[in-house]
Design a protein around this ligand. Structure first.
Ligand code: ARG
Ligand code: ZN
Length: 856
């Protein structure tokens, strides 16, 4: 069951072309396939084709029906074949019964596919691996009335009407591609059409397909697509390569979106957006996911992965590219902080769990479990470090070399690095360890002071992880500078720090400062230059000085986050926070009161998840209470200042532009604090009632969540009634309910499960209700008696029978039991054990649960 990276073998056969003829029918779609197959190399192995849940009706080779073959649960095996032949199969499948949303399925009356990673084998027999590249010709047949639109990859070349009144469309994709990029869509849509003309004057038709009646929510996605196309030409010299680019929004989707060649399929949540229904954050996400999928056309499709262990080759790189794009479209600072939060809250947690793996995993049971924050987001951080080390120009030169060498091929992470190596004198061999070593490196700092000098020693250490005991030192670009309490900056004598970056490629290194011998404040990790944890333990004075005097805004933000963390620790051990710290904090925030961007980030108190990362043996109730106490003190001490900020921000009618987004964010963050004081209830009400957009409405609701129960209840009723027929908005409402701290949360959730708009078959609904509860309702999920864990488990037992992929995602909070105290650990493990006993448990959930239980 376990597959290993080290066991890679080239495919025994290649498939050069695929001709599919598909007759769509809810329970019995007929897939007729003609494959041109060649033996790959000199061997006499049998032909093994992947296939799952297929009903095989016909099988022939070069026109001759054959009988010498074997069909298993997962394969079709033909013992003796010639070196080159044409294989024809006919199968039927049932899209209507496909609740796993992998392969071909029906989503709200629309047929669509999801083939990555291994879904194509649920459509027809194939060598379903990314290093088998073929050209595709696809003819779709369907009812004219219910399925007027019939789409597949590439260009439409012909169409017609059949004798029985149905119609057909034929598509040809000239670019050889792996099967995971195959897609079809059939249904009835509203379509937005546009055109993009590339720098070379090539005309590309753009088509965006949305549910009937949702046309007015599609424009922003379409405009985002054009911005992404222009950006990729500008920044990487990459042009689109087909005559048409299509994006389809569907309601039932396991993840965000999929980069199928020329025919992206999206979770409607990442396409549909207008000011009434989407928040600023939704707009941001639409633009970023549209760009991500578009960028895959080169990093993923033109140059693809040799095998799935190489997933980060395309995902890490494409996430890095979409992050660069978002930073250019919006603002570098808020983007950077957003990504750092993801790494600290989720990626570090993954490293510390039984699922720990390098960005290029070595062992996999179920590939779908490895679309992780490690592969994606830490993968992007590794690319970002390369970008830092090489600099913009050389990085681009390396990318050019990568495309020159590997266009049209299926390659590895090592191939990527070897292309990058041509652009730099640095020896990337040591750097490449980031690909094979898992875990979060820890950086510690110490100083020695003499009469005239100070020595600062910086060390790295990566603790063992569940998957890997032995670690070695990494090649780390460490943003570094040194200040003192008065804000003076110091350069080290040997100039080991160059342009603000120290290369840490040894277990430790020492910097010398000629500063008259006084304590310095090392400012570490400017820009979050590496995915590492800094263990520094600066005093509150030093943290405030860092905020006031450090050059880098990430460092400044981070200093206050550390200060908050320190204050919360005080409350955890029943100490108080001295007034002078509150005064320092007040002055610090006052000094940036017009810098809404930095201010709003600095006003966010670290999440429970983030706080978990700096603690072990966590006593949930104590930490949670300490965080609440800090939040309460925070607004009590800073009430006047925050009230002023709130009233200083005046916005006209809604517009999605950077300046407004930043101001709105600041205003809503401040409102969240004010709402904790009963005297500001009216402000929350007014904020809600006067809102002309979803950002402010949701801001008011989130604020009310921390305020008086009655107010929250009334606002939620109004909101729920207003949006009861809009599933995407209702998801926000489900999620607000699920994250509310109340004693009867479980019966409340049960009630919501029977809401007419809730359905276990729809991943967005399930994530909104059950996911929000498990990931973000601290007091409910971690209830002392274990009832929250049990609730999630009961649900997962049902969900796993229909949608294992989503079930495996939602089990994550339970698998991270290691960080909690004994009592919670036991309760969590009890539920994991229940899952493991479940009859017919999916391999998805099995992999995560069994690893988690085996972890000591
Ligand atoms: N390649 C897609 C993207 O990054 C995601 C596919 C996820 N597939 C999966 N089986 N989880 O946009
Ligand atoms: Zn991707």
């Amino acid at each position: 069951q376990v597959k290993r990276r080290a066991d890679y073998q080239p495919p025994a056969f290649l498939i050069s072309s695929v001709e599919l003829t598909i007759h769509l029918h809810p329970q019995s779609t007929r897939v007729h396939s003609v494959l041109k197959i060649q033996r790959n190399g000199n061997h006499d192995q049998e032909l093994v084709l992947d296939g799952e849940q297929l009903n095989l009706l016909e099988l022939s080779i070069d026109g001759q029906t054959i009988t010498n073959y074997e069909v298993t649960d997962s394969a079709l095996v033909i013992p003796s074949v010639s070196n080159e032949f044409t294989l024809t199969t006919v199968c039927t499948i049932s899209p209507a019964d496909n609740k796993a949303l992998e392969g071909l399925y029906l989503s709200n009356g629309v047929y669509c596919t999801q083939c990555e990673a291994e879904g194509f084998r649920r459509i027809t027999y194939f060598i379903d691996r990314p290093d088998v590249l073929a050209t595709y010709q696809v003819t779709l047949h369907g009812e004219r009335k219910t399925l007027p639109t019939l789409l597949s990859n590439g260009n439409p070349v012909d169409e017609g009407i059949n004798a029985d009144g149905t119609h057909w469309v034929k598509w040809v994709d000239p670019h050889p591609k792996p099967s995971y990029l195959f897609a079809i869509v059939a249904g009835e849509f509203d379509v937005l059409k546009d055109e993009y003309i590339t720098l070379n004057g090539k005309r590309v038709a753009l088509e965006l397909y949305v549910d009937k009646g949702k046309r007015d929510r599609g424009q922003f996605a379409l405009d985002s697509l054009k911005r992404a196309m222009a950006w990729d030409e500008q920044e990487y010299g990459l042009e689109y390569d087909l005559d048409i680019y299509m994006v389809v929004a569907v309601d039932f989707f396991n993840m965000g979106a999929m980069e199928n060649k020329g025919l992206n399929i999206f979770n409607s949540k990442f396409v549909l957006a207008n000011p009434e229904t989407a928040t600023d954050e939704d707009f941001f996400n639409v633009e970023s996911v549209i760009a991500h999928e578009y960028f895959h056309n080169w990093t993923g499709n033109r140059v693809t992965c040799r095998d799935w262990f190489q997933l980060s080759l395309k995902e890490g790189l494409t996430v890095f590219r979409d992050q660069q794009f978002s930073a250019d479209m919006t603002s570098p600072l808020s983007n950077r902080i957003k990504h750092v939060r993801v790494i600290r809250e989720h990626q570090f947690a993954e490293d510390a769990s039984a699922m720990s793996h390098p960005i290029r995993p070595d062992e996999v049971i179920e590939m779908n479990n490895f679309y992780t924050v490690t592969v994606y987001d830490k993968g992007a951080e590794v690319i970002r470090m390369l970008h830092t080390l090489l600099g913009k120009e050389r990085f681009r030169a390396g990318m050019d070399e990568y495309f020159n060498r590997y266009d049209g091929q299926a390659v590895t992470c090592d191939d990527f690095l070897s292309a990058m190596q041509t652009a730099t004198d640095l020896d990337l061999a040591h750097f490449s360890r980031w690909y094979s070593q898992s875990g979060t490196p820890e950086i510690t700092v110490s100083q020695k002071v003499s009469a005239d000098k100070t020595w600062v020693t910086i060390s790295q250490y990566t603790p063992p992880t569940a998957d890997q005991q032995d670690k070695s030192e990494l090649f780390i670009p460490l943003g570094f500078s040194c200040i003192d309490l008065n804000g003076r900056h110091y350069q080290d004598c040997e100039q080991k720090v160059l342009e603000g970056v120290l290369i840490l490629d040894q277990p430790e290194t020492t910097l010398t400062f000629d500063n008259g011998g006084q304590e310095l404040i090392p400012v570490m990790l400017a820009g979050f230059s590496a995915p590492v944890r800094i263990k520094q333990g600066l005093s509150s004075e030093a943290l405030l000085a860092t905020f006031l005097y450090a050059q880098d805004d990430f460092n400044r933000w981070d200093a206050l986050q550390q200060l908050y963390d320190w204050c919360i620790t005080q409350y955890e051990i029943n100490q108080s926070v001295e007034d002078k710290i509150w005064e320092g904090l007040r002055d610090a925030l006052e000094s940036e009161k017009n810098n809404y961007e930095l201010l709003s980030e600095c006003l966010v108190i670290p999440s429970f998840e983030t706080l978990c990362q700096t603690r072990t043996n966590i006593h949930v109730e104590t930490l949670h209470a300490a965080r609440e106490q800090f939040a309460r003190e925070f607004i009590t001490k800073l009430e006047n200042e925050l009230k002023d900020v709130y009233h200083s921000i005046q916005l006209d009618s809604y517009q999605y532009n950077q300046q407004d987004v930043i101001a709105r964010r600041c205003k809503n963050v401040v409102l969240g604090h004010l709402a904790r004081l009963t005297q500001h209830e009216d402000l929350v009400k007014e904020h809600f009632n006067q809102s002309d957009n979803m950002t402010d409405s949701l801001g008011a609701l989130k604020a009310a969540q921390h305020g008086h129960r009655e107010l929250f209840k009334t606002l939620m009723e109004t909101y729920g009634e207003q949006w009861k027929n809009d599933p995407l908005v209702l998801d926000k409402w489900f999620s607000l309910h699920a994250t509310t701290e109340r004693a009867d949360i479980l019966s409340h959730l049960t009630l919501l499960q029977s809401h007419p708009q809730f359905s276990i078959d729809n991943p967005n609904r399930v994530r909104a209700l059950i996911g929000s509860f498990a990931f973000y309702n601290t007091s409910g999920f971690h209830a002392l008696d274990g009832s929250g864990y049990q609730y999630l488990t009961d649900y997962l037992l049902k969900l796993d029978d229909c949608n294992p992929q989503v079930a495996a995602r939602l089990v994550t909070p339970l698998t991270q039991w290691q960080r909690f105290d004994q009592h919670h650990q036991e309760q969590m493990r009890r539920q994991l054990a229940r899952l493991l006993e479940h009859d017919g448990l999916s391999s998805d959930v099995f992999e995560k649960v069994s690893k988690s239980l085996a972890y000591e």
